[in-house]
Design a protein around this ligand. Sequence first.
Ligand code: ASP
Ligand code: MG
Length: 406
Amino acid sequence: MARIVQKFGGTSVADIDRIRNVAKRVKREVDAGNEVAVVVSAMAGVTNQLVDYVNRISPLHDAREYDAVVASGEQVTSGLLALALQELGVNARSWQGWQIPIRTDDVHGKARIVEIPAGELEKRFAQGQVAVVAGFQGLGPDNRVTTLGRGGSDTSAVALAAALKADRCDIFTDVDGVYTTDPRIVAKARKLDRIAYEEMLEMASLGAKVLQTRSVEMAMNHRVPVQVLSSFVDAPGTLVVDEDEIVEKQVVSGIAYSRDEAKITLEKVADRPGVAASIFGPLADAAINVDMIVQNVSEDGRTTDLTFTVGKADLERAVKVLEGKQKELGFARIKPDRNVVKVSVIGVGMRSHAGVAQKMFQTLADKGINIQVISTSEIKVSVLIAEEYTELALRALHTAYGLDAA
Ligand code: ASP
Ligand code: MG
């Protein structure tokens, strides 16, 4: 007997037939003698619709009411799936975040889970009952409903698996696993059998949209074995596991890309101590995250150009903040650029192999692609290039690192 958490995303519960299918999958695990908790998302498109309603009534809304509205999508699917299971003769009931309760912090709209008491669910397991839990939602310290940020039901599932000490957390989605890169762009992309937590974390935070970044962080911290698989085909997916459990380590396991960043260049910034602090301070105060940064050498010893990236959604605000400080900061010109993409190669094998970055730079150079900004960490190299080269760069890098499917 195993204890399993199964999570079904929005496309897996998009209509009544699919919910019935999900119920059959759950029943299979129950029939195999396992204890099962299920976490569900809202039906595909529902959360977007709810967010839109909120924004139309109140663009600068009270985040607590936003949560009250957007959490409702998952309430519907948890009830419907419990009913579908009952129709199949499975003992099941739905649980809302506040009933368990899934305790979170007070950051409405993007709350973090702080505690999930397992006792009541475990008691029900012993009676053979399946728990169908509404994902994405919790209960804040103010006793009001919170939500965990878009894509948050992945995190609900992993957190529940950790709290229940589950043997496995299966994340069912509309793709059959984690790929070496986006298969819609690179036809030769391959499904990975296994990927290390750290690699998955980079992949998620660098633009691969399969799992919410926070869910991977949580899986890594609590060593929850996660499997990403399709709810539409009957095949094993990708296991997200500890690095030690991967026998054949690739130097590069995957290539991610993100069109969500924009570039800002400040020309002729004074080259003196404290300047970077005085530029990035006001951005931080405005809650604008800066990602990649380069500072050019100053030719005359007095001024330099400074280039960095921010989220595309924050670009206008960032420009406004900096323009407001132009006198104080003393730069000559500010040049925003939305036409960029960040491409990253990722792999734990990089720790022990030299030349990974060099191969990336050479491959891009051979294709005549100019690199605008570079950043690296222990297990990734990222470059910023012009957006129109996205496809070309991904395909060339995929081949260069030997990732192409046979
Ligand atoms: N329904 C929520 C969303 O669309 C949470 C989730 O699906 O993970 O963001
Ligand atoms: Mg999702």
